[in-house]
Design a protein around this ligand. Structure first.
Ligand code: SAH
Length: 364
């Protein structure tokens, strides 16, 4: 027997998508705005409750569409309040989404792809291979679902105040869907986040950094992890295609002409590999012109990989070396321990396993 045909999912539609649905149904364009507001600003999961839509439209939507968030396969909470969901997507693949509460912020770390193509040598997602890009709806649904599942916050109007594309995948290799999803996050009728509260993290896809600047300049984080090309070629194979000098030029273009725009560099500290004080000095020299902020990430060990966490002392010395050179350097607090919810530990469920792309980790 054939599988029953699924009705279109309203959560898959961004503003233009909702507008064309309304046009198909012979409705005025402003109905799309109302739908966007109900679905995202109010997190409504029931068309019949959308009381400013006509009864006829509500009935039509109920017959022909659905509000279908991804299925939650696992929901784990760490002692520090970090919460991680394993979500099942259409087709059976799984992704992970992590909620990181702080006093004044609720950050959601979202995935942009099922698996990853980049094959960074120390990352757990890389071990999984790559399956596919997430759709706009699958990206936005992670935020929708988190707002839905988290209890009301005593102070914050919405549980989620910040979104970082630091989950599974390389967001700039799923550019169109990531940008369309960001537009929903920034839309006042949907989530209304400011561009400073949405961060795209990239391993350094240089041409796409320029496109992001032109089309959707949100906060940018760049995963650097090494002060020289020889080492970065090994850790982040994408570097063979876009070496450090080209990457830093793209970062300079990203911030040029806008005082408030900043690039943050992420640097995962791997014991004995990239955590020597001389490497901190080299990094300081490299970033001196950029007024950069460096976020040092203590490595979260991945079973089967030959890396270990730097000692607390090495981390402090490294940070101090950077600060001495006038850089803002912070050490990222490890969150989500005990639930494999920390950086680089997101694995999800990549089906079917696909061969990683050889040579430089970049699809042709
Ligand atoms: N592909 C994007 C988005 C992933 S963000 C990017 O590379 O930026 C996840 C961040 O955690 C990246 O900086 C990544 O390099 C880092 N990371 C990966 N594995 C890690 C691990 N095991 N411990 C600490 N950080 C890790």
């Amino acid at each position: 027997m054939d599988a029953p045909l699924l009705k279109p999912n309203l959560l898959d539609l961004d503003r233009p998508g909702l507008a064309s649905l309304c046009a198909q149904l012979g409705e005025k364009p402003f109905r799309a705005d109302q739908l966007l507001q109900w679905l995202h600003a109010r997190g409504c999961d029931d068309v019949s409750a959308m009381t400013n839509l006509s009864k006829a439209l509500r009935e039509r939507l109920q017959e022909t569409t659905e509000i279908r968030p991804p299925q939650v396969l696992a929901d784990r909470e760490a002692a520090d309040g970090t919460r991680k969901w394993l979500l099942r997507l259409a087709g059976g693949s799984g992704i992970e989404t992590v909620y990181i509460p702080e006093r004044r912020r609720g950050t959601l770390c979202v995935s942009s792809q099922v698996g990853c193509q980049l094959n960074c040598s120390f990352c757990s997602t890389a071990q999984q291979g790559f399956n596919r890009n997430l759709s706009v709806g699958e990206i936005v649904s992670q935020v929708w679902l988190a707002n839905h599942l988290l209890p009301p916050h005593p102070v914050r109007e919405k549980p989620i105040t910040n979104v970082v594309f630091m989950g599974m995948g390389e967001p700039l290799l799923n550019f169109d869907n990531v940008v369309a999803a960001i537009r929903v996050l920034l839309d006042d009728l949907a989530y209304g986040l400011s561009w400073r509260r949405v961060t795209v993290s990239t391993a350094g896809v240089v041409p796409m950094i320029d496109r992001l600047r032109e089309e959707c300049p949100v906060a940018l984080a760049v995963s650097l992890h090494a002060p020289d090309d020889a080492l970065r070629d090994e850790l982040v194979p994408l570097n063979r295609r876009y070496p450090i000098s080209e990457l830093l030029e793209a970062c300079q273009r990203y911030v040029a002409g806008n005082e408030r725009r900043r690039v943050t560099f992420e640097y995962t500290l791997l014991a004995g590999i990239n955590d020597h004080p001389a490497q901190a000095r080299a990094l300081g020299k490299l970033l001196a012109r950029l007024q950069a902020k460096v976020n040092l990430i203590p490595y979260n060990p991945v079973p089967g990989l030959p890396y270990s966490t730097s000692s607390a002392e090495a981390v402090t010395v490294f940070r101090d070396e950077l600060q001495r050179r006038g850089l803002v350097a912070t050490v990222r607090k490890t969150r989500g321990e005990g639930i494999d919810g920390a950086c680089g530990q997101l694995a999800g469920k990549v089906l079917p396993r696909q061969r990683r792309i050889a040579t430089n980790g970049v699809p042709a």
